[in-house]
Design a protein around this ligand. Structure first.
Ligand code: FES
Length: 360
């Protein structure tokens, strides 16, 4: 019968695990599987074919990037044409996506088919960054550069350079193009709800106050049509489809909800801003501007799906959860003699995310 000491000695043989689960002192080196050479390593024609494939993918990337930039200029987004907005987004997105994807795919294929295929073994060693290690790292980098064989492939070199140089243009050109845009931040503080003088009586109550309308039908809304706890998406009635129509519509979107009037916690100055439990708040989240779209009937909370900011509509749409830092701006509303809802003033605050000089 062997002693426990004998058993432990056996377990510390190379690769053996002790009966008590103790790890072995060393593992057997399994060695490397036989190396399988690629066709291109021995056949210059195959290598050339791979190179051509990689160049083609880089050229596709270049064309996609150019297409994205051309699309930016071909479909100007000036707020008047919805089709242009869609096409511009589609073409720039495709250009950027295909440009980057082409670079990625070509780089992978290049590494697989053309770079040096020699296998190397690196022994483990203590982690340190002494001068010797630094020298080794430098040599590895230098060898990697030489392994890439880029110097001997001028066409490939040109294709890589072209693809890498052009891909960033798909987002730099729109960025630079917008630097010259109209950055009048005052326009964020005004929306189509502001009262006007001498307005069309069809669209403005008393020729002054804009009616609330359903989106997209643009039909006016009676207070009686707003049922308890139902969320209604609202736009200004009769917004003219002229220049900056989309911008104006986007800024002015409103969520209308009716709750039990007894639940509303209204400050004295806001008591006249709601009508019989109906409250209207901007639909644009005050965090970074996503559309607030979800309503919890039990809690009377509005929820932004982007980062879960939550606003309590019974308490001036104050933030109860999430990253938003301020309440949703409220639209003061009232009803005319026929029961149609209209806005008595613009939002109490600029809509959307906070920005510098936000105060009116
Ligand atoms: S945009 Fe609404 S929570 Fe971030």
């Amino acid at each position: 019968m062997s002693s426990s000491t004998d058993q432990h000695e056996k377990s510390t043989e190379v690769g053996a695990v002790a009966p008590d689960g103790q790890l072995p002192a060393a593992f057997e080196n399994p060695g490397l599987a036989p190396h399988r050479h690629r066709l291109g390593d021995s056949d210059p024609k195959a290598a050339k074919r791979s190179e051509r494939q990689i160049v083609v993918v880089f050229v596709i990337s270049i064309l996609a990037s150019i297409g994205g930039v051309v699309g930016y200029f071909a479909f100007p987004v000036d707020g008047t044409d919805v089709l242009n907005v869609r096409l511009s987004t589609l073409v720039i997105g495709l250009g950027l996506g295909l440009g980057m994807l082409g670079i990625g795919l070509a780089a992978v294929q290049w590494a697989r088919a053309l770079m040096n295929d020699a296998e190397k073994v690196e022994d483990r060693h203590p982690m340190s960054a002494g001068p010797t290690v630094q020298q080794q790292a430098f040599e590895i980098l230098r060898d990697g550069g030489q392994d890439a064989n880029i110097a001997r492939r001028p066409v490939l070199k040109g294709a890589i350079g072209g693809a890498l140089a052009l891909a960033p243009l798909t987002f730099l050109v729109p960025l630079i193009g917008n630097l010259g845009a109209d950055w009048d931040i005052g326009k964020f503080a005004r929306t189509a709800w502001r009262p006007v003088r001498g307005g069309d009586p069809e669209r403005f109550y008393q020729g002054q106050y804009r009616y609330l309308a359903r989106d997209p039908q643009d039909t006016r809304i009676r207070a009686a049509d707003v049922t308890n706890n139902n969320l209604v998406h609202v736009i200004p009635h009769g917004l003219p489809e002229e220049e900056h129509y989309l911008e104006e519509k986007a800024k002015a979107v409103v969520l209308l909800v009716r709750v039990d009037p007894a639940l509303l916690k209204e400050s004295p100055e806001r008591e006249s801003w709601s009508y019989d439990g109906i409250v209207a708040y901007s639909k644009i989240c005050t965090h970074v501007g996503c559309p607030v779209a979800l309503y919890e009937q039990q809690t009377h909370h509005l929820l932004c799906p982007c980062h879960q900011s939550t606003f309590d509509i019974t308490d001036a749409a104050k933030v109860v959860f999430g990253p938003a830092k301020r309440a949703l701006p409220q639209l003061p509303i009232a009803v005319d003699e026929e029961g149609y809802l209209y806005a008595t003033a613009d939002f109490d605050e600029p809509v959307g995310p906070s920005y510098w000089q936000r105060e009116r």
